[in-house]
Structures are given as C-alpha cells and as structure tokens.
Design a protein around this ligand. Structure first.
Ligand SMILES: Cc1ncc(COP(=O)(O)O)c(C=O)c1O
Length: 414
C-alpha cells in the first residue's frame, strides 16, 4: 500500500477537515430544526425568472452560453456589474472586475497571489470561517483584532499594526466583512470605516472587503462601502450572487486594482480556465432585465419577517443571561451566553432536543468564544423558527441552571 504521508505536500499536511462540517452533518438529521447553516431560503430562489432566462439564453445565444468563456468572466456580465456598482457609489471600471466560482474561490485566488508561507495577515475575531480556512491553506500567520458591537475595534487594530511594525512585520492585508458580518451580524459604522482606511494607509496594508450581505439591509441607514471611500487603490471587494440569486450557480465577482485583478486572473487560468459561462449569462440577464432589483425587494421582505420572528421568539424564550445584538441585515444573530457556559458542550443536548446552531468558537482563530453561538434566520420557516427558538431557550435555561448549581457546589466544597 502507498504511504501517502510522504507524498502529501507540506501544505496538504497543514489542511484539516473542518470539524464544523461534521457537526453540520448531524444537524441534517430528520426532525432537527437547524439554525446552523448559512443557507438562503429556497423560497427566495427566483425559479420562474431563472427558467425564462435559461430558455431565452438557449434560444438566443447557445453558441456563447455553452462555450468556454474568458478567464476574467464574460464581458456582458462584467459590464453590467460595473454599472450596478457605479449606481451604488463605487467608481468601478469593467477591467477591475473578475468573475469567480463563488467568493470562496476569490479568497483562495487572493491568497494564492498575495501570500507566501509565514506571511502575516490580520482578521477579525470572530471572523468568517471559510476565509480563515482558505488563508490557512497558504501557511500564513493570522493576527486577530476583536470584533465588537460596532465591528472591528479600530484602536485595537491600530495597536496591533503598530506592534507588528515594531517586530518588522508588515501584514499583507486586513480581511473584514464590514456589513452584517458572518458570523456576528454586526456592521462597521461610516466613521469607523474611514478610520479603518486611514489605519490601513498609515501602515500601508491592503484591505479585503468581503461583502456578500450588503444588499440585504432590513432597517437602519446604509453605510458607505469601503471601496467607495478608498482613494488609494487599497481595497479589494468581493461580492456574490449566492445570497441574492442562488448559490447553486457559484457566481461571484471581485473588484480591485487592475494590477491585482490581472494577477488573480492568471492564477485562475491554472485553476479552472473560467467560471461557468452558463451561470454567468444567467446572472447577466438577471441584472440587465431589472429582475435583481425586483427580487431584492422580495427577499428583503421575506428575510426581515424571519429576522423579526426570531428576535421576538428570543425575547420570549431566552433567559436574561443570554445577550445578542439586533442585526440590521444579513442572515445571522450572534448570541453570547455567560462565561461558564460552553456552547460546544451544550450542542449535544440541543441536538437531543432536535435543534441546532453553530458553536461560536469555530469562528475564532485563537481559543476563544466558547460561550457564543451563531443562529441563522434565513433558512427556516416561521413555524420552525418559533418552535426551534422555544426548544433552544429551554436547553439554554437548563444548561445555565445546571452550571450555576455546579458553581455553587464548588464554592461550598471545602
Ligand atoms: C463572509 C462570506 N464570504 C464568502 C462566502 C462564500 O460565498 P460564495 O457562495 O460566493 O462562495 C460566504 C458564504 O456564506 C460568506 O458568508
């Protein structure tokens, strides 16, 4: 038998299967109400519009949609995306846009062109776990900065970069999900966004603005995109059709300085030649026909109702020891429990009651966040949300009362 341990690259040795995937498999058991995955609701897929678009494409331009496409993406889609972003205050030209198979691929390609083993980057704590997974594969060192109620702590970011500067380390980039962050749901306000760019400029670091949820705002004032505040070609922005059309197409776009995009395109060529042209043309017609704007209104209404139902159920069923911030958009509510609660230990008990969440520590690079959890409100039905939150509330109350009892016992034990 071949001994693969000698054959795998050093990089492959460093790659670990995500244990969260294993936990997520458990949540798919029949009867379990799962708030774990970050999935859009199937009711939010524009099935009829997609069917019409696909028929039109096959009738009108089969030679294009069924053919290989260029690595940077089909010109029609890049054109219409540039216009869409200009309408939203970002001065973007078509040659600054490339299409990828999901933003997940963009995270991989960015790492490929920017990171050498041992390089330093800065990420929020907590942060999107798919991003840290992608970065880790390139053997970089991840420095963390706390994410608080208003997003990344800018004083801590400044101190961190100063400290690294003293050590002679210049991070390659700061990775942030500034709007309705996955997992915490929080948003960086406008003044702090300016501060972030000032700090990045002071220490000459790139900023990766990963923004899959910014079009899903249900209340409050929109905040300026980092890309629209950037005057130095310092920001790379990732957006995706996964949450505003359907993740099954795997179509996303990256916008950045042409120099960087050109390198990513070369890296992509060796990876998959091009993103599936069929999906790209669907996405193009979807925007160009005005269906996106119409559909956004529909899904915002749907997700807002689910968000409000979950928040209301949490108010009713969660104990006062549980804390959360009301997200103004996106798909997640982040819950912090007392420090003596470990949500990983509690997970099994929740599953026994047929309800699931993602354990919060999965979103931390360091060993932190054991008393936190992420709840997704977009995927479940209203009934499931009410029932699931009631079940989870009971599990949390039970866990708190058991742990409090144990704490009391240890206090009186001589
Ligand atoms: C912050 C963030 N970035 C990137 C992704 C990946 O999205 P895509 O489906 O475009 O690969 C997700 C998916 O949930 C996400 O939440």
């Amino acid at each position: 038998m071949v001994d693969y341990s000698h054959i795998f690259s050093e990089r492959a040795h460093g790659m670990k299967a995500s244990e969260i995937r294993e936990l997520l498999k458990l949540t798919q058991r029949p009867g379990v109400i799962s708030f774990a995955g970050g999935l859009p609701n199937p009711d939010a897929f524009p099935k009829e519009t997609t069917r019409e678009i696909i028929n039109e494409l096959l009738d009108e331009m089969p030679e294009k949609v069924l053919q290989y496409g260029s690595t940077e993406g089909v010109p029609e889609l890049r054109e219409v995306l540039a216009k869409n972003m200009q309408d939203r205050g970002m001065k973007v030209k078509k040659n600054q846009i490339m299409i990828t198979h999901g933003s997940q691929q963009a995270l991989d390609l960015l790492s490929k062109v920017l990171l050498d083993p041992g390089d330093t980057i800065v990420v929020g704590s907590p942060t999107y776990l798919g991003a840290t997974g992608a970065f880790r594969a390139f053997q970089c060192r991840m420095e963390t900065v706390p994410v608080r109620e208003n997003g990344m702590d800018m004083d801590a970011l400044d101190s961190k970069l100063k400290e690294l500067d003293k050590e002679g380390k210049k991070p390659k980039f700061i990775y942030t999900v500034p709007t309705f962050q996955n997992p915490s749901g929080v948003t960086i306000p406008g003044d702090k966004r300016k501060k972030l760019l000032e700090i990045a400029s002071k220490y000459d670091v790139l900023v990766v603005e990963d923004s899959p949820y910014s079009y899903l705002r249900y209340e409050g004032e929109p905040q300026p995109h980092l890309m629209s505040l950037d005057k130095e070609e310092r920001v790379v922005r990732l957006q995706t059709f996964s949450k505003i059309l359907a993740p099954g197409f795997r179509i996303a776009w990256t916008v950045g300085p042409a120099k960087l995009i050109d390198k990513m395109v070369i890296a992509k060529q060796a990876t998959d030649l091009c993103t599936n042209p069929f999906g790209q043309y669907v996405a193009w017609k979807y925007i160009a026909s005005g269906a996106l704007d119409e559909h956004l209104e529909k899904i915002k209404k749907l997700y807002n109702e689910k968000r409000l139902t979950m928040l209301e159920a949490m108010d009713e069923h969660f104990p006062e020891e549980a804390k959360w911030k009301r997200p103004e958009g996106g798909m997640f509510i982040w819950v912090t429990l007392p420090e003596y609660i470990n949500t990983r230990e509690m997970f099994e008990k929740a599953l026994q009651k047929n309800v699931a969440y993602v354990v919060g520590d999965a979103f931390y690079v360091e060993n932190e966040g054991y008393n936190t959890m992420r709840l997704n409100f977009s995927h479940s039905s209203e009934e499931e949300i009410k029932e699931g939150i009631e079940r989870l509330g009971k599990v949390i109350k039970q866990e708190i009362s058991e742990k409090k009892g144990k704490l009391r016992e240890t206090l009186i034990t001589p």
